[in-house]
Design a protein around this ligand. Structure first.
Ligand code: NAX
Ligand code: ADP
Ligand code: K
Length: 517
């Protein structure tokens, strides 16, 4: 996979990749201390936006470069008239490199306003009394260099800060949050704001880390975007920058067939709503035509509820195969309300053999709980893109042995299945077998409502029908779904989502049309 510069804005860097970006920049002639100055000054500016001159700002500085950023910010704020107190974790004599240089640059501030946070195995009394009277705490304990769980007195210190109720601004990451995974190692600071550098890290978007970051700001410290070409990151924030280039923009001469024809396979009479939700969303997502393929017993109820979505009776696998001889039917969705069991497995097999773009959701996934490898084998022999859209429960049935953080799990599952994996939830991850992954963060919790996933699957098949490649279709669908949730607002039901897509899509089209008018 080659890194496209267009993805630069959306790139996320693991702490290890960020270390390489720092190193490449330093090798290109920018001293580390210059980067640290810029980082510290960005932190100081963020503090200035939150508290006023004269307010009490307490710095907690760790033993590495994260602490170094803290020293720089403390010096800037002291010079600007803030009442700064600095508490270091380790004896300053043990500081090294740029962090030592940053400490030395504190000058007289170091001798007058600096103390130790920990004395022996206890938290220093001076720290405890300063904390209580502070207006803001700056967490510069650990950032990218966190390499083990917080424990002992350091953990107690973090708990004390969290209990104090004093707002915290974190440097790079709230200490204790893994930048790579968003997992909490031992315990972590809860901040109301975080300032990170150059690019955000996966840990800023993945739960539970995201919840501890507060408002996250990415500061420019002079690392050039071209540095990313060498690093070639494969994790992205799911935002329009990532996929606007693949947005399906109909030609002026478009007709409905040129915009694709999606087919949603519906279930029996007692559970028809899910597939209708999907079909309506597919149409709204821009597919030129959408057909709901219905079993005979559900024809009447479907017919009573459909207007722009077309209806087709399919009674068995044979009639489905016959239906699919129409090559214009280019994207298929099965799962929502379809039913779990052997019939579903047979139909999925037929669809995967039909060389179309396919979304497998809900019952189509659960039907393979006993033998996921059979499904993966079929996916691997299917030439078209396949999207799997499991929630955590469905995921654990298909991939019972896959453990780790959400990003790792989605990637491993995509690699194993050969499909684009959309692992849903508040921090949905979209992963491709080639290693690319995107993390979504725009979805509001009121999307956790019956039928919401059916709409997501419908949006995805609607985008596939328009020729959007699998990974981008998954990313676009998850993002549109999140925006539709925001647009609908609290109290939404799944029925509200497709109508809300209209203004969401208008926003994307306006963005993608810049330069085309
Ligand atoms: N020149 C650079 O490389 C730049 C680095 N920057 C800052 O540097 C940070 C990374 O610096 P470092 O790599 O020095 O790492 P950190 O400062 O994040 O932490 C490393 C130190 O913490 C200790 N440590 C790790 N986990 C611990 C735990 N659970 N309990 C106790 N001690 C623990 C390690 O032993 C090591 O001494 C970034 O987060 C960022 O804030 C920025 O200044 C930008 C430029
Ligand atoms: N807490 C949450 N915050 C944001 N989005 C959520 C949350 N919980 C679920 N979602 C989203 O709502 C949808 C629910 O899908 P799913 O679990 O399949 O529900 P259903 O089967 O009822 O349609 C998914 O897109 C998921 O990402
Ligand atoms: K920190």
């Amino acid at each position: 996979m080659t890194f496209e510069t267009g993805n630069s804005e959306a790139a996320l860097l693991t702490p290890e990749e960020m270390g390489r970006a720092d190193k490449l920049t330093i090798e290109s002639g920018v001293p580390g201390i210059v980067l640290m100055e810029r980082a510290g000054q960005a932190v100081a500016r963020a503090v200035g936006e939150r508290v006023a001159t004269g307010d009490k700002v307490l710095f907690l500085c760790g033993p590495g470069n994260n602490g170094g950023d803290g020293f720089i910010a403390a010096r800037c704020l002291a010079a600007a008239g803030y009442a700064v107190r600095i508490f270091v974790l380790k004896d300053p004599a043990e500081l090294k490199g740029d962090a030592l240089e940053a400490f030395e640059r504190l000058g007289p501030v170091a001798s007058n306003q600096c103390g130790k946070a920990i004395e022996g195995d206890d938290i220093a009394d001076d720290f405890i009394s300063s904390l209580g009277s502070s207006d803001l705490v700056i967490d510069a304990l650990f950032g990218a260099g966190l390499d083990r769980p917080l424990a002992g007195t350091v953990l107690k210190l973090v708990e004390l800060v969290n209990q104090s109720g004093v707002p915290v601004l974190a440097v790079d990451l709230p200490s204790g949050v893994s930048g790579a995974s968003g997992l909490i190692l031992g315990g972590a600071i809860k901040s109301c704001a975080t300032v990170t550098f150059f690019r955000a890290k996966p840990g800023h978007l993945l739960l539970p880390g995201r919840e501890l970051c507060g408002e996250t700001k990415v500061a420019d410290i002079g690392i050039l975007a071209q540095t990313l070409e060498e690093i070639s990151p494969d994790t992205f924030r799911n935002s329009p920058e990532l996929w606007l280039g693949s947005w399906p923009r109909p030609e002026t001469s478009a007709h409905k067939y040129s915009r694709g024809h999606a087919v949603v396979f519906g279930g029996p009479m007692s559970s028809t709503g899910a597939a209708r939700l999907s079909a309506g969303a597919a149409l709204r997502a821009g597919a030129g035509l959408v057909t709901l393929a219905s079993p005979p017993d559900a024809m009447m109820v479907n017919a009573c509820h459909l207007t722009a979505v077309m209806l087709r009776k399919v009674s068995d696998t044979g009639s489905i195969t016959g239906f699919l001889t129409d090559e214009r039917l280019n994207a298929l969705l099965i799962g929502p309300g379809f039913g779990v069991g052997a019939t579903t497995r047979t139909v999925v097999e037929a669809l995967l053999a039909a060389n179309r773009a396919i979304v497998l959701d809900a019952d189509a996934l659960t039907s393979f709980s006993e033998d996921p490898d059979a499904l993966f084998g079929m996916i691997r022999s299917s030439p078209g893109p396949v999207l799997l859209t499991p929630h955590e429960g469905e995921f654990s049935k298909l991939f019972p042995d896959i453990a780790g953080d959400k990003l790792q799990r989605a990637r491993l599952a995509a690699e194993r299945s050969g499909a684009i994996l959309v692992l849903k939830g508040p921090d949905s991850v979209i992963a491709a077998p080639d290693g690319r992954a995107a993390i979504n963060r725009n979805a509001p919790p009121w999307l956790a409502t019956a039928g919401s996933g059916d709409v997501l699957a419908g949006i995805a098949v609607g985008l596939l029908a328009q020729g959007v490649p699998g990974f981008e279709a998954g990313c676009q669908a998850v993002w549109l779904h999140g925006e539709a949730g925001l647009e609908s607002g609290p109290g939404l039901t799944a029925e509200d989502l497709a109508p809300a897509l209209k203004s969401v899509i208008r926003g994307v089209v306006d963005k993608s049309s810049v330069g085309h008018r």
